[in-house]
Design a binder for this molecule. Structure first.
Ligand SMILES: Cc1ncc(COP(=O)(O)O)c(C=O)c1O
Length: 452
């Protein structure tokens, strides 16, 4: 087959490549041909800063020499061998490193291939754990999650998800999940002071746990920030408080760090900021520096132990994926962790976080910006029709997308969440590149909210 022309690529993209979360009837192909550092290049050579780190996963920039070398080196050994009853050095080394790095007590790593599968694994592990532990509790079969939660698009993950627009249609296919409002200062009911938000939401959690704990297997939380919900941020102390409550009521805590793990919030894991060790942790996206589809679910000794026994006891974890522990992914993930260890990635973040904060504070003044939020390297800007009344734009006007379309013309690639403009660049972004991203967003807001 000869190499397709530029025009063929654009046409075939529309005709044959069915894109996720994309209305294909209106899709305008954007084909990224190569990338370098924090910049992406399309087929025509146009350059774009990767303002949302290729959907919240790129960490050290694209084509990092050390990550590329680790991948090539592994390629000279084996691209893939099975993890079902067998192993490979790259995955063994990564499992060991993760066990040392993850919050205390999480000593066992189950590999899979996406954030959603890391969550599926955690949900099923929790379920099977309660049936097999020394004192079984088979009545623990349901989960708790938040309104607007997002944990991926496989059916288990959708069952604990709560984004109406994405998930409502699939409800007949889903298992039961108990749901509480997202613990966000922004959504507080009238009469409840922001300073008491944490206490208020923890009280709600306790009322639910007191009533239902006997049938709850696990509580699933995106620690600190519910990303797909529109970068909804939890009040300080909530995560630690929920850890305490779930322990007290005998409910497992699953921390979904797929989006917030690997430095996004300023620390390696978001859980660290509140000194929390969950029972299960889900990792994906940035695990490989954003290079390959590898994910991991970390579990405690207590959970792992419940799956041990003679073969005839059928206690093993009945779950697996062909590409579990893929050596290419594992090799590049270890190289990414090397960069964290040697490259001062986290140490360099505070200056970048401050730079982002400075720009967000400026945007906050714009008459069509309702609010801005930030947690580490995650930033969000909410567009509103009327700031004083807190009135949103009609959603079909897609003002967030309009901002991103303008930003793209200014050389910045973004993807909004409705009318929330999201900034989540690779951790390797420079302060000057942050200026450029935020400048493009500002231009976008000017154009997209101009009523003339
Ligand atoms: C918190 C969280 N969990 C899970 C997922 C699903 O990850 P994946 O898209 O790799 O399946 C996402 C994706 O955005 C996420 O933000």
């Amino acid at each position: 087959m000869t190499e397709p022309t530029r025009d063929e690529l654009l046409r075939w993209d529309r005709e044959h490549f069915w894109h996720p979360f994309t209305q294909m009837a209106e899709y305008e192909p954007l084909v990224i041909e190569r990338a370098d550092g924090c910049t992406l290049y399309d087929l025509d050579g146009n350059a774009y800063l990767d303002g949302v780190s290729s959907l919240w996963c790129n960490v050290h920039g694209h084509r990092h020499p050390k990550l590329d070398a680790a991948l090539r080196e592994q390629l000279d050994r084996a691209a893939h061998t099975t993890a079902l009853g067998a192993s490979n050095p790259a995955a063994v080394k990564l499992a060991r490193r993760l066990a040392l790095l993850m919050p205390a007590g999480l000593n066992h790593v189950f590999f899979s291939d996406s954030g959603a599968t890391a969550v599926e694994v955690a949900l099923k592990m929790a379920f099977q754990y309660w049936r097999q532990r020394a004192e079984p509790k088979p009545e623990k079969t349901c989960y708790v999650a938040f309104a607007d939660a997002y944990h991926g698009d496989t059916l288990g993950a959708v069952s604990v998800g709560g984004v109406e627009r994405f998930h409502a249609m699939f409800r007949p296919l889903l298992f039961e999940t108990l749901r509480l409002p997202a613990p966000s200062v922004r959504n507080l009911a009238a009469g409840i002071a922001a300073e008491t938000a944490c206490e208020h939401y923890l009280n709600e959690a306790e009322v639910l746990l007191e009533r239902e704990h006997q049938r709850i297997a696990a509580w699933v939380i995106e620690p600190l920030v519910q990303c797909a919900a529109g970068m909804v941020m939890h009040p300080a102390g909530y995560l630690a408080g929920l850890r305490e409550l779930t322990r007290r009521y005998g409910v497992l805590l699953i921390a979904d760090e797929v989006a917030v793990g690997f430095g996004r919030t300023g620390t390696m894991f978001a859980c660290e900021q509140e000194g929390v060790s969950p029972d299960l942790i889900c990792l994906g996206k940035g695990l490989t520096g954003g290079y390959l589809p590898l994910a991991a679910t970390g579990a405690t000794d207590e959970i792992f132990g419940a799956f041990l026994g003679p073969y005839e006891s059928s206690r093993q974890f009945y779950h697996g994926h062909t590409y579990c522990g893929n050596p290419l992914g594992a090799a590049v993930a270890s190289a990414s962790l090397d960069l964290f260890a040697e490259g001062r990635v986290l140490e360099l973040l505070p200056a970048k976080i401050d730079r982002l904060a400075m720009h967000l504070a400026r945007l906050q003044e714009h008459p069509h910006v309702g609010s801005v939020r930030q947690c580490g390297m995650v930033g969000a800007v909410d567009l509103v029709n009327d700031r004083a009344a807190g009135e949103p734009y009609p959603w079909a006007e897609r003002r967030g997308k309009q901002v991103c379309d303008v930003a793209r013309r200014h050389g910045v690639l973004l993807r909004p969440l409705g009318d929330t403009v999201v900034v989540m660049p690779p951790l390797a972004i420079s302060p000057e590149e942050i200026d450029q991203i935020m400048g493009a967003i500002e231009q976008g807001i000017e154009v997209a909210t101009d009523e003339r």
